[in-house]
Ligand binder design. Structure first.
Ligand SMILES: Nc1ncnc2c1ncn2[C@@H]1O[C@H](COP(=O)(O)OP(=O)(O)OP(=O)(O)O)[C@@H](O)[C@H]1O
Length: 261
């Protein structure tokens, strides 16, 4: 497949689209001709063995990493090569495999910083918190939504891994993202906290009407949440489809070297 023309306008029902994406770093072909469309409101999970290219794909889809070739469209608009903060303001939010929270700041300050980025006119940075400040209001709402609203003055460093994941989700919501990319949201989360986090992600996806793309190693989490699963291996998308088809796919089983999914 060849790359889509740069000015191609895709239907808005496709929330996020990567077309013929290749990524070559220092001579290593990390993403190989990957194409993926995510429908508005869909929950897509990306799985694959270690080093398959899942995070690299999220990096390209979130425009943090420019592809060597290929395009990324957000709701029909070609956003390839645009500055990440501009694309974030257009409604694309992501979390990271390792936390990028400001650990020495409070929950409210973290959420405010994200809410602040949503509208340049409301920028106030780490300034004093004003009760009727719309940025603060939005930050408090999103903390409430993820269940962290009770003690907003706690430092982010005081949170458990599971709570930190919730705060990251609050930040993506505060930022106003309609398309959310989650990179291993269960990483580091204790077994006891996984079920609660799964329910939160499900609730945010459904009730807030988000489009969600999630990279995740825990297959039971993937099967619990995803409407469609894409499987990556050696930088390529080797299969994509409904969970039952993916589970039964011989190529997928082989990619996992015979390990049952
Ligand atoms: N900046 C880079 N420079 C060189 N190689 C890289 C770079 N980023 C990623 N890679 C390599 O690309 C491959 C894919 O990495 P990536 O992190 O995307 O895989 P992954 O599927 O997310 O893996 P994991 O499940 O272990 O997180 C790996 O072999 C990795 O070493």
């Amino acid at each position: 497949m060849t790359a889509a023309p740069a000015n191609e306008v895709l239907p808005e029902s496709v929330a996020l689209s990567g077309k013929a994406i290749n990524l070559v770093v220092d001579g290593h072909h990390i993403l190989v001709d990957v194409s993926v469309d995510v429908a508005a409101g869909e929950f897509l999970a990306i799985i694959g063995p270690n080093g398959a290219g899942k995070t690299s794909l999220i990096n390209v889809l979130s425009v943090a990493t420019p592809p060597t070739s290929g395009t990324v469209h957000l709701r029909g608009r070609d956003v390839t090569g645009l500055p990440p903060h501009r694309v974030a303001r257009s409604g694309l939010g992501r979390t990271f495999q390792t936390s990028n929270l400001f650990l020495g700041r409070s929950l409210l300050e973290n959420a405010r910083l994200a809410a602040n980025g949503r509208d340049a006119r409301l920028r106030t940075g780490f300034r004093r918190v004003l009760k009727d400040d719309p940025v603060t209001e939005r930050a408090r709402e999103t903390l409430d939504l993820v269940g962290l609203g009770r003690r907003p003055d706690r430092l982010a460093s005081e949170l458990s891994h599971g709570e930190q994941r919730k705060l990251e989700l609050a930040m993506v919501l505060a930022q106003g993202a309609s398309v959310i990319l989650l990179d291993e949201p269960m990483a580091g989360v204790s077994v006891d906290d996984v079920a609660e986090l799964v329910e939160l992600i499900r609730r945010v996806h459904r009730e807030q009407g988000k489009t969600t793309v999630m990279v995740e190693h825990h297959i039971h989490v993937v099967l619990d949440l995803a409407e469609r699963i894409g499987v990556m291996h050696h930088g390529a998308m080797i299969a994509i489809g409904p969970p039952d088809e993916i589970i039964a796919n011989d190529v997928v089983q082989t990619a996992y070297m015979g390990e049952p999914l």
